[in-house]
Design a protein around this ligand. Structure first.
Ligand SMILES: NC(=O)c1ccc[n+]([C@@H]2O[C@H](COP(=O)([O-])OP(=O)(O)OC[C@H]3O[C@@H](n4cnc5c(N)ncnc54)[C@H](OP(=O)(O)O)[C@@H]3O)[C@@H](O)[C@H]2O)c1
Length: 321
């Protein structure tokens, strides 16, 4: 099968289209013919091996253990293992391969049934492939870590990004008054997602206003955002600069004690029940992906470069015919 392979860490230049053996099907596995994948920030972190911690988590201190990247996938069941009852060949599925060895930038993937759910019927394969990692992070950040309640005010920072574009819509679906913060050139994109209010990220934040800040673009000190929270509000760090993540993780409890406002970190987890919930919300018209552009398999390096260089609005997909 054709796949995008990497044998060393580095820029997108280390990615090459090659012919490799297809995965074998164990009794407890589902073999999927990939129709589409998508790209998210974690893909280029794995490609570059940065932050260094990622090499400790996934092995490969000097060279990557994961040879075929790609976490988000949508496709059709090709075959199922003898012990699998949840899916059958021909089922249209989407899934998150982050706990299944990755490998979505290829013509076939094989993973446990729990990595997949039936694809939303009202999305194309390309659209469906953009959902799993980013929408799960948005859902789990708002609902589980942020404990968002209907009627509350939420600020989504990085609202035009992959996680942010889903977070704006899911926060609305959860009944919150939603403000999106993004770079000035992307204000209209965020408005089109249905945000109640949109602000360019150069705009000063109002004081004591938000019950929850979901920060997918933490590139400034966390304490700068806290005055915008109500005295009992919560700041949830999803992503951004690595030092900010450690700051929130290590100093969060202390800042929370001193400030009253909670500072928390999201570590999203693939979860089949949540994938099914996302499918139901999409089919009910509560949200849908903002698909900026579709690339072909050999264009994966270009897709990753576009994401790294902040040229993407919402999500990009990879079509694998
Ligand atoms: N904690 C978790 O479990 C979890 C799960 C998923 C993702 N993440 C992390 O969440 C972050 C966002 O992921 P994503 O997939 O949404 O990425 P993305 O699609 O590339 O979006 C990145 C966002 O960050 C903004 N941004 C990038 N560089 C910036 C800078 N220097 N200053 C200000 N804003 C900047 C972009 O703003 P513009 O759109 O205005 O350019 C964009 O909104 C990443 O760090 C990712 O690793 C964490």
């Amino acid at each position: 099968m054709k796949a995008i392979v990497q044998t060393e860490y580095g820029s997108a230049d280390v990615l090459h289209l090659e012919e490799v053996d297809p995965p074998t099907l164990p009794d407890h596995g589902v073999l999927v013919r990939v129709h589409a994948a998508s790209v998210h920030a974690g893909d280029w972190h794995l490609m570059r091996g940065t932050p260094f911690l990622i090499r400790l988590i996934y092995g490969g201190l000097r060279k990557p253990q994961i040879k075929i990247l790609g976490t988000d996938v949508a496709g059709q069941g090709e075959a199922v293992g003898a012990a699998v009852t949840q899916f059958k060949p021909g089922d249209e599925v989407f899934g998150d391969l982050s706990e299944s060895g990755f490998g979505a930038f290829a013509e076939y993937v094989c993973a446990a049934p729990t990595a997949f759910a039936l694809k939303p019927t009202n999305l194309t394969f390309e659209e469906a492939a953009t959902v799993p990692v980013s929408a799960l992070a948005a859902l789990q950040g708002l609902r589980d870590v942020g404990q968002l309640q209907a009627g509350q005010r939420v600020l989504v920072k990085g609202a035009a990004g992959g996680v942010g574009s889903f977070a704006v819509q899911i926060a609305k679906a959860l009944g919150a008054e939603t403000t999106g913060l993004c770079s000035p050139s992307k204000v209209e994109t965020v408005r089109s997602l249905g945000a109640d209010h949109v602000m360019a990220d150069s705009h000063p934040l109002p004081a004591s206003h938000y019950d929850l800040i979901l920060d997918t673009a933490a590139y400034h000190p966390i304490v700068d955002s806290l005055p915008a929270l109500t005295p009992t509000g919560t700041y949830v760090l999803v992503g951004g600069a690595t030092p900010r993540f450690f700051q929130a993780m290590l100093l969060g409890p202390l800042i929370s004690k001193l400030q009253g406002r909670q500072v928390k970190c999201l570590t999203s987890k693939p979860n089949q029940a949540d994938l099914i919930l996302l499918k139901e919300l999409i089919e009910a018209g509560k949200f849908r992906p903002y698909l900026d552009r579709t690339y072909t398999l050999d264009e994966v390096p270009a897709a990753i470069r576009a994401l790294e260089q902040r040229r993407v609005r919402g999500k990009v997909a990879i079509r694998i015919p």
